[in-house]
Design a protein around this ligand. Structure first.
Ligand code: PAF
Length: 303
């Protein structure tokens, strides 16, 4: 893997399509699954960016303690077949504090935005810099951050970026907990509680399979797994449309059921995505429950 510290260095690569996997490091199989997807899609150069973006952390959030391990990330990126690892110092990304920022509305106004004001503006600004500076043909984002994916898709459409945004499935540990760099801060007890998010979402997905369509009823399935559990504080549970991220009374279009909860000292988010089954006269929906790993995650064996 070639390590590039500047945009100019990163742009020196072979011919053909370029796929970009933007990350904040502390890699796990979720990130690595995008590298494999980029290869499978025919991207000749797979770039990964690794930058803990200060603009997307609010005061009192975990910027300082966000997990970082460059050697570990380099080894994992190399093994996964990343061609260029763009790991800029802050001075390359922000030589001076930026006077220009991307303002996002619509899908950036709900869910996470209520607890994390300014977060999506920070994400959009840094993603804009990555797209402008690295000029990929495709960029890969995980569906675990379903709202982020909606915001990035909307921004790319609104601002006419010549890039295809590709969403990848949620990758889960064997206990169902969605992979996240922040899982490293969960205690053994928290980890058991964290699996409640998955159980709740799967109960809701089962209910949809059995014909339930009411948003509140689906949300209640998730809450039932979390309310009253020691150390767990639910922030929100909401059924939202996949593109606009607007609350849905009824599941009647592509949507995701999202949950955010504090478990111990860690704020976790997770979701299950629903798509209408094409041509089904019964109005069926298929749930994307994510991919459950049957092997031990790299989060447990490396670092
Ligand atoms: O999803 C992330 O890791 C970050 O929000 C991203 C897209 C790399 C922007 O900093």
């Amino acid at each position: 893997v070639k390590i590039a510290r500047t945009f100019a260095e990163a742009r020196v690569h072979g011919p053909g399509l370029v796929g970009l996997v933007p990350t904040m490091g502390f890699l796990h199989e979720g990130h690595l699954s995008h590298v494999h997807a980029a290869r499978a899609a025919g991207d000749a150069t797979v770039m990964m960016s690794l930058f803990v973006n200060p603009l997307q952390f609010g005061p009192g959030e975990d910027l300082d303690r966000y997990p970082r391990d460059f050697d570990r990330d380099t080894a994992l990126a190399e093994e996964a077949g990343v061609d260029v690892l763009f790991a800029p110092p802050v001075e390359e990304m922000f030589p001076t504090p930026p006077d220009t920022r991307v303002e996002v509305g619509g899908p950036a106004s709900a869910l996470e935005a209520r607890s994390r004001p300014g977060h999506f503006g920070g994400v959009a600004t840094v993603v804009t810099k990555l797209l402008a500076g690295l000029r990929p043909d495709r960029a890969y984002f995980g569906r675990k951050d379903a709202q982020q994916l909606a915001v990035v898709r909307r921004m790319v459409a609104d601002l006419s970026f010549p890039v295809e945004i590709v969403g990848g499935p949620i990758i889960r540990h064997a206990d169902g907990v969605a992979l996240s760099s922040r899982n490293t801060f969960l205690s053994a007890g928290d980890r058991i509680a964290a699996a409640g998010l998955y159980r709740g979402l799967m109960a809701a997905a089962d209910a949809v399979g059995a014909g339930e369509r009411q948003g509140r009823a689906l949300e209640a399935r998730v809450r039932a797994e979390l309310i009253g559990k020691p150390g767990v504080h639910v922030d929100y549970v909401e059924l939202a449309s996949a593109d606009r991220v607007e609350r849905l009374v009824e599941l009647d279009r592509p949507a995701f059921l999202a949950v955010a909860a504090r478990v111990g000292a860690v704020r976790l988010i997770d979701n299950v995505h629903f798509d209408p089954v094409d041509g089904d006269p019964g109005g069926g929906f298929v749930a994307d429950r994510g991919i459950v790993l049957d092997t031990v995650s790299v989060l447990e064996v490396v670092g």
